[in-house]
Each structure stands twice: as C-alpha cells, then as structure tokens.
Design a protein around this ligand. Structure first.
Ligand code: SIN
Length: 558
C-alpha cells in the first residue's frame, strides 16, 4: 500500500489506477480493491461505455452440450487465420468461471424454468449466448458492476476525468495526467500499476454504433508512451445498424438474425445465401460485405431486415430494447421491414499485450477493446468481447499485485514532474476525419485512396501538438487523428484481403500475410511497421494455458 506523503491538491496516489469503466475496467477494479487502493478514472459518467450498449450478450461454453474447445473452434474460424490460438484457448477455457464470478456478483441472465437461456448468433456452432433483460445485456452488466464499484470502500471513482497522457518515469508507467472536467483542471494520478481499459475507437468513423466516448484515447496515449499497437487495420463493421439520421447508429443485434430475421434486397429477395452457405448467419465480416455489395447493386444506402418469421410475442419479449427504440423512431414493427446498413462497431486491434495483459511498458497493463491480445484475429466472433473483458479483467487483477511497487523515490519524481502540454486538435476537424475514414478506410479500401488519406491525416497530426488545450473534445479529436493514422498505415501495409480488411486492389487472402502488423514509434516520432507471427507474439506464456489466472500470478514476478 502506498503511504500518501504530504497530500497535495491535484496529485492523487493509489496502488492501482484503472482507466475506463466498461466491463473490463469495472471487473478488474472489483477484483483488485481488496489488494490495495484503486482509482477508477473515466471521462464521462461511470456507466457510459461500449459495454452499456451491448445487446447480444456474452458467448460462453456453459451448456451441458457445449465445450470450450467448440467455442475456441468457432472463434478461430471467424478470426480468418489471424487469432492466436493460445489467447483463444485462455478466453474460452477461463470464460465459464469468469461468467460464474459475474453471476456471483449479482448478474442475472435470462432463465427459463431455472435454466440459463442460450441465444444463437452468427458463426457460433451452437446456442451459447447468455443474455439479460432480453437485449439489454450490456446495460445489466454495467448496472451490476457499477453498483458494487460505487459502494466499495477500496475504489475511488473519478468520473468526468479525461486521461490525457500516461506518466512515464525511467522507462516505467507510474500513472497518468488528466483533465478534471468540465473545467479542464489538470490533475495527476500516481500508481504502482496502471491498467488501460479505455475501450475502442468507433467514433473515428462517420457511421458507427459506438457511443461518443469511443475516441481511442487509451490507444493514442499508449502510442505516445512508446507501446506497440497491433492489427490496427482490422475494424469490424456490424452489418445491421439502423439506417437513420444521427450518430451513433442504433444497433439491431445479430441475435435477431439468430432468432430467424433475414436480410432482403430492394426486390424483396433473401440475398445472403448467394454470398455464403450460412446465409444470414455467416461470420460478421461476410454478412457486412454481402450487405454492402447488395446496397451497391440496389443503388440504395441500405438493405432491409425482415423480422416477420419471428413470432411477435417472442420478438417482443426477447428484444424489448430494440422494439422500444424502433417504436420511438416511428417504425411499425408489425408491418414494416427495417432499413439497415453496416456501421463501424469494434476494433480488433489495439495495444499489444501478452496473456497476462502486460504491454511493452513496465507498469502498464491493457485489457478489453483497447488491447490486442490475439483473440479476435481479423474478425471478432459475435459476443466474445464482453467475455474478453471478464476473463482479462480477472487476469489483470491477478497480476497487478504481483508487479513491483513504486519506490518512494520514483513516487517523488512522478509527483514533481511538470505535466506535458495536452495535445489538441480543432473540433471542426472531427467531422472531416470521420468522413475521410468512412470513405477511405471503411468496408472497402484500396492502396491509392489509403495513401492519400494517410498523407492528409499525417498533415493534420503534424499540427496537433501546437494547439492550446481547452476542452475534452479537442483532446479527443487529437487522439482520433493519432489512431486514424495508425489504422491507415496498417491498412496500407496489408496488401491482401482478410476478415474485416477488404482491399479491392488485393481482393484475396494471401498466406504470406498470415501475420500481425505491429506499429511502433521511432525516435523521430515516425510510425514504423514491423511484423509478428501468429501466436501470442508478446507472450512468454506456455502456448496453451488452462490454469486460472490467480495460480499463475506467482510466475509473473519480474
Ligand atoms: C450484437 O448484438 O449484434 C452485437 C454483439 C457483438 O458485437 O458482439
């Protein structure tokens, strides 16, 4: 436990600092809070996160007819050759106890006659998706975990606090600098271990299902601190976001197709069987591309989702959130098909981390969507993301207390350092960037367009550091420019098509490209591209580990 020295305003000292309050951050916080003091830093309200809006549920092999090996198999197939098998094995084998732990904390999944109800989603070989309140699983997860976090004496919540940069002293992460909002007052957190659980980057795209908070802040800060980012070119588009005005786009869960809904073109034809034998339940990247291609053939910005084969009573009880939102927007769900189109949904890539959540930077762990552990490959299997947050949230909580504590001297240096200027970009740039990414790095990409977009974004990036700070939006916009540059760089480098990355100039997968792209900043601040084999490139773990994270903690002392 760090003994606070002379308390000073605006400097907070904790054992563990967690940035982000989705499922991964909250789960890690609750499992660390008995081992030391925890600061939970989040830039909006505690529950505002991608987790909050997750509909489908949590994929886990808990059924008597299911096995983690089968779940692993489906994950590997969906990942299009780029998943690291060791990471997938950890996810699927440690998934069942992690979900049981979530239930122990109070999570109530939907049940029928006392048994857990298991839903079907695309590319799963069987029903294994647990859900809650029908289609409000993420909301229930956030509610369950945040209620506990609010009352836990070991957790101090700093909401409306935007992390601006990681604090690095003598090659080690020792906390972060932040802005307390809305006044943008500078604050500093000093901690022995920092865990980034800051989520994804969907807002980099004009059309996204992700809430406004998803601006890639954690990835951008890790990048500036010298961490390696992996597989940034793989941004998953969800095939069925509601086609309507405004952002973010309302998601219509894949579970709706799991229950029998089908996609139809302008002529009313059921078109997905023309694209894949699994039809509407093909892997997500395949369905998204099928929808995109059909939209082009039809000359419309959407296709239609037909719910009519789902009995109405079932539809109303299984998807109350979707029904309520569609009604609010004026759709007559009894009679109408609903227009849908693909939208940016999930970042498969992120901060390179090993199976123990360790990044390249000592003292810094990364979990959940901001990290890239090798689970999702080129295309994440539906409903694996909250499971990742649970499994790796627990793993982070297991290793963090075993990592070296900050010395009194280092703590002193960290507290004294002058805060660096906050990087800002004009908020007007945000819409321009989103539109550029949508057009140039969306569902289809090609070398010429990517190169042009990358040069534009790099020119924006070069202006960023010089602007004075004034708001959350300006700092976020700078982070969006940083991660957009990384997406474009990796997408340009990968001259093949695989999973969510489709290049019209290289339309086929290429076995020589069955490797990860790792981006790093060189001494001059430029992006360098390296390659890493498919395996957990950063992991020193045995190839397959089924041991519980806790029992491994002792081996991690280094
Ligand atoms: C959905 O409900 O379709 C989204 C689930 C996911 O992204 O895993």
């Amino acid at each position: 436990m760090i003994t606070p020295r002379i308390p000073r305003p605006n400097i907070h000292e904790f054992d563990f600092l967690i940035i982000g309050s989705g499922v991964a951050g909250l789960f890690a916080a609750l499992h660390l809070a008995d081992r030391g003091s925890v600061a939970l830093v989040t830039k909006d309200t505690l529950t505002e996160s991608n987790t909050e809006y997750a509909q489908g549920g949590i994929a886990v092999a808990l059924g008597h007819d299911d096995r983690p090996e089968d779940h692993a198999h489906d994950t590997l197939v969906a990942g299009a050759g780029l998943c690291d098998p060791a990471a997938v094995e950890v996810l699927t084998a440690e998934g069942p106890p992690a979900v049981e732990e979530l239930m122990r904390l109070g999570m109530r999944f939907d049940r029928k006659a006392g048994e857990l109800v298991r839903g079907q989603e695309a590319a799963h070989g069987r029903r294994r998706i647990l859900h809650a309140s029908g289609d409000e699983t993420g909301h229930e997860v956030e509610r369950t975990l945040s209620r506990r976090a609010y009352v836990h004496p070991g957790i101090t919540i700093f909401d409306h606090t935007l992390m601006t940069d990681l604090l690095v002293v003598e090659g080690r992460c020792v906390g972060c600098d932040a802005l307390a909002l809305p006044d943008a007052e500078r604050v500093r957190f000093v901690a022995s271990v920092t865990i980034l659980a800051s989520g994804g980057l969907g807002q980099v795209y004009e059309v996204t299902t992700n809430p406004l908070v998803t601006t890639g802040d954690g990835m951008a800060a890790a990048w500036r601190a010298g961490c390696r980012l992996l597989d940034m070119e793989f941004v998953q588009f969800h095939p069925t976001a509601l086609y309507h005005e405004g952002s973010p786009k309302f998601l219509i869960s894949e579970a709706v197709r799991g229950e029998g809904a089908i996609l139809r073109n302008a002529a009313g034809e059921h078109f997905m069987p023309d694209y894949h034998p699994e039809g509407d339940l093909a892997p997500r990247d395949v369905v998204a591309r099928g929808v995109f291609s059909q939209m082009r053939k039809d000359g419309r910005g959407y296709v239609e989702l037909d719910f009519s084969s789902i009995p109405l009573e079932r539809f109303l009880s299984r998807f109350p959130g979707i029904v309520a939102e569609l009604r609010r927007l004026g759709f007559d769900i009894y009679r109408e098909r609903v227009p849908v189109a693909p939208a940016a949904h999930y970042a498969m890539g992120g901060i390179g981390a090993d199976l123990r959540c360790r990044t390249d930077l000592p003292g810094l762990l990364a979990v959940g969507e901001c990290s890239s552990v090798g689970i999702h490959g080129a295309n994440r299997l539906a409903s694996n993301s909250m499971l990742e947050g649970l499994v790796f949230g627990l793993r982070a909580a297991a290793i963090a207390p075993a990592l070296p504590r900050l010395s009194y001297e280092l703590l002193g240096v960290a507290a004294e350092l002058a805060p660096p200027p906050v990087r800002c970009a004009p908020t007007a740039l945000r819409a321009e960037l989103q539109s550029l990414m949508h057009t140039c790095a969306g569902m289809e990409r090609d070398g010429e367009t990517l190169l042009e977009a990358r040069d534009t974004v790099r020119a924006w990036a070069a202006q960023i550091a010089t602007l004075p700070v004034s708001s959350r939006e300006e700092a976020e916009t700078a982070n969006m420019v940083t991660v957009a540059n990384l997406i474009l760089t990796a997408a340009l480098a990968r001259t093949e098509s695989r999973g969510a990355h489709y290049r019209t100039d290289f339309p086929e997968p290429d076995e020589a490209w069955r490797r990860h792209i790792a981006l790093r900043m060189d001494a001059a601040g430029a992006v360098t591209t390296q390659f890493a084999p498919v395996e957990n490139a950063l992991s020193k773990a045995p190839a397959a580990s089924r041991r519980a994270a806790n029992s491994e903690a002792d081996e991690w002392r280094d």
